[in-house]
Structures are given as structure tokens and as C-alpha cells.
Design a protein around this ligand. Structure first.
Ligand code: PA5
Length: 426
């Protein structure tokens, strides 16, 4: 379903040197014997997911699609980026779907929050609150505001039928609230962490509401699971990508830049930045994940990439066939000199921009580039791609001897913020 070319980043000879280590780590992932082993539920999730829960989810999400104009998703980090990235990638940035999905609670921004609340005043909206811990401050504030608005608009009884939650099966303030209010609730399993949860109800509830074929996503992920659960570095593209990253880190390229040529995939880069940044960035180790959208950023960061400090390598997500296209028209005067492109599609121009840039960066700029090619952006491919990256991330972090599934560093700012806000116990 995808093609992964790492040949500009690492040679076959260097890949082969990782063979023993990759075999050991792949076994560790399968046996669940490595650090953070109680968070490996995502590995077999594409076959083990709760089938009954999925059917209930499809019923609830159909109800949302048929009865509301807007679904507001309240969540942050892993409880937000998966759904947001797939929504943008599959629906486009100007979706004309009958149900609009918007996101809140991924920021404390008073401007953004006030704007969303104002927008919702005259809309028939449902709420999907998502939080594994059930205590994340951004999400909790957003949910309190949304619930308050909804209850004022439609009354407590009707609001109760318009609120859907995804949280831990037993713990947390959100779970207590769900039990008390009787909201329809979905479980984020104990053994799956936020940034590995896109294929659970965390991603699937909002995406099914948006009309995405979530069963196809799970099918894609299942295929990826079958394909990448092996240690053969000659054929396993997922692990070849993982070792290329490790090789770059060890050869003075501490920055990985995710590149797309589709603005509607820029949120996939955000998801990737969280996945790899939060999983690997520990104990003063890890690659810094960054991102760019070309050709837009070729007119800004392009100069640095071509000619600046030689710190980075690229991982390019190239989509061969766009879902939409535009043909450049003929103009009889040709004053803009563009008639040489008349009759050509923008997909063709975009591909030529990709090929020209790749050559410029690799050959002149000496920037190593991985190229991941997919034929088409659809739900199944996306499910496959998410799984590919999650497995590659686990392998990459274990190659660095890092626990891929915790995030101790993010607690530090929270403690300071809670102290300043006067929260009890801080
Ligand atoms: O990957 C993670 O675990 C984090 O990014 C969390 O998803 C994020 O902090 C939100 O947490 P919660 O779902 O508990 O609100």
C-alpha cells in the first residue's frame, strides 16, 4: 500500500548492521517485555478491538450525523491530533460534509475559545469530550464551557443526549461525571497511551461522525500489522525507516523534517511530531521532529533547507493521485507566459515540484531524504500509515533504549502552571 525509499539516507550495508538489534526489539514488542510494556495494547488492536463497542459507536455516530450541524471535539495531544489529522487529510480543509467537525480544548487561547463558543450559539451541536486521564486542564475547561452553553441552549435533558465521551474505563473525573450524568461513553483501554490511540474510539468516534469509513481504517491498520510484525530488514519497510532515523541521529543529523506537498496533510505532520517527539525525546536523546509543507515552505524555509546548517534530513510523504484536481486553462494572449502548462493538471505540476526539489535537496544541498509514497489518500491507507508510524516509533525509541510510552517531561510545566493558578496541592 505504500512504498518506502530510504536509499538516500542509509545504505543496505548499514541497514544490515541493525539486524540483530531489530530482531531482539521486534521480539520484545511481541512478547511485551520491554520498557513501558503495559502500553503495547495498540500493537494487536487492529484485530483485538472491541467489535461490539464499534457497532455501538457506529450507531451513535450515525445519530450525530443525522441530527446535528456541528460536532465539537474537546481534547488535546493524543486525544486530538489523530482525529484532526485524519479529518483534514480525508475531508479537506474546506469540508462541505453535512456535519462539520471542529476542535476545542487544544489550547487555552481566549480568542479561539470565544470564537468557537460564539460560532456555536446558533448551531445545533453535539459534544465529544475525549480524555484518557479525565483531568487534563485544557480539555476540562473546554468541556465545562461547552456543556454550559449546550445546557443553556437545549436544557439539561437534551444536552445529556448530545454529549459523548471517550475516557478511561474506571478512573478520572470525567468518568465520574459520565457515570453521574449518564453520557454515552467509550473506553480508551488501559494499555493504549494517548498518542497511540488514533485507531480507538479516540480517533474513530469523531471520524465516523464525519462520515469516514472507520472500518476501512482498521482494515488498513490490520494489513500493516501483518506486514510489519517481522524482523527481516530486507523487506520490512517500517523497520527500515526506523533504522534510517537512528542512523541519521548517530551521523550528526539530529532533526527530522516531515514534508508533504498537500496542505491538508499538514496535521499528519503534527500527529507525527507528537508521536515521535513525546515518545523519543527523553534522557537528552531523540531526534527533533519538525515539519514543512511544500511548495509553500520552499518560499520560506526552503532557503535554510537547501543552504543552511546541515542538521536535518527529510521524510517526505508523497501522494501520487490527488482526490481532486484542477486543469490549467489556455490563454490566447499568454501574457503570463504560462501556456506551456495549458492543459496540464496541478497534480502534475506538484509532482514535478516534488521531483525537482528532491534532486535539489539531495544532490546540491546534501540533505538526505526518505520518501514514503502512497497512491491515494483514503481511510484504509491512512489506517495503514498510522500503524506503520506507531510501530516505527516503538522500534526507534527502543533502539535508543528509551521507553516509548511515557512522557515524564510534560509534568514540569503543569506543576508550575498549577502553582501559579493556585490549584490545591501545588
Ligand atoms: O500521548 C499522550 O499521552 C498525551 O499527549 C495525551 O494524549 C494528552 O496529554 C492528553 O491527555 P488526556 O487524554 O489524558 O487528556
Amino acid at each position: 500500500m505504500i512504498k518506502v525509499d530510504v536509499s538516500n539516507v542509509i545504505s543496505e550495508q548499514e541497514i544490515a548492521k541493525y539486524s540483530k538489534e531489530v530482531t531482539r526489539i521486534n521480539k520484545m514488542i511481541d512478547d511485551k517485555s520491554g520498557a513501558g510494556n503495559d502500553y503495547l495494547g495498540w500493537v494487536d488492536w487492529p484485530v483485538n478491538y472491541d467489535k461490539e463497542e464499534l457497532e455501538r459507536l457506529l450507531k451513535d455516530t450515525k445519530y450525530v450525523r443525522d441530527n446535528f450541524e456541528v460536532l465539537v471535539v474537546a481534547g488535546i495531544g493524543g486525544s486530538y491530533l489523530g482525529a484532526k489529522s485524519a479529518y483534514d487529510a480525508l475531508k479537506g480543509m474546506k469540508s462541505d460534509d453535512k456535519l462539520e467537525v471542529i476542535f476545542m480544548g487544544q489550547t487555552f487561547s481566549p480568542n479561539y475559545t470565544a470564537q468557537v463558543l460564539k460560532y456555536l450559539e446558533n448551531k445545533k451541536f453535539a459534544i465529544n469530550v475525549i480524555s484518557k486521564s479525565g483531568t487534563t486542564t485544557e480539555t476540562s475547561i473546554a468541556f465545562r464551557l461547552l456543556k454550559d452553553l449546550l445546557e443553556r441552549k437545549v436544557g439539561k435533558e437534551e444536552a445529556r443526549k448530545s454529549i459523548f465521551a471517550v475516557t478511561d474505563k474506571a478512573r478520572g473525573a470525567l468518568k465520574t461525571l459520565c457515570n453521574q450524568e449518564g453520557y454515552s461513553t467509550y473506553v480508551l483501554p488501559d494499555d493504549i497511551g494517548g498518542r497511540y490511540s488514533v485507531l480507538t474510539p479516540v480517533g474513530l468516534f469523531p471520524l465516523a461522525c464525519a462520515g469516514v469509513d472507520v472500518k476501512a481504517m482498521l482494515k488498513g491498520a490490520k494489513e500493516a500489522r501483518e506486514e510489519f510484525d517481522n524482523y527481516d530488514l530486507k523487506t520490512n519497510m517500517c523497520y527500515r525507516y526506523a533504522v534510517s532515523r537512528d542512523y541519521m541521529l548517530k551521523h550528526n543529523k539530529p532533526v527530522e523534517m516531515y514534508v508533504t506537498y498537500e496542505p491538508q496533510m499538514s496535521q499528519i505532520s503534527e500527529w507525527l511530531k507528537q508521536l515521535f517527539g513525546e515518545s523519543e525525546g527523553k534522557e537528552k536523546k531523540g531526534l527533533l521532529p519538525t515539519s514543512a509543507t511544500f511548495s509553500t515552505d520552499l518560499h520560506s524555509l526552503g532557503q535554510f533547507i537547501q543552504d543552511g546548517s546541515p542538521v536535518l534530513f527529510e521524510t517526505i510523504l508523497n501522494v501520487l493521485t490527488p482526490n481532486d484536481d484542477v486543469t490549467i486553462p489556455m490563454d490566447k494572449d499568454d501574457l503570463d507566459g504560462l501556456n506551456y502548462l495549458a492543459g496540464k493538471n496541478l497534480a502534475y505540476v506538484n509532482q514535478m515540484a516534488f521531483q525537482g526539489t528532491l534532486k535539489a535537496h539531495e544532490e546540491v544541498g546534501q540533505v538526505p531524504c526518505n520518501v514514503i509514497t502512497i497512491d491515494k489518500l483514503d481511510a484504509k491507507t491512512l489506517g495503514y500509515l498510522y500503524y506503520f508510524f506507531m510501530r516505527a516509533c516503538a522500534m526507534s525509541a527502543y533502539l535508543l533504549d528509551i521507553n516509548p510510552f511515557n512522557q515524564p517531561g510534560v509534568e514540569v510545566y503543569k506543576k508550575n502552571m498549577f502553582h501559579l493558578l493556585g490549584k490545591k496541592g501545588y
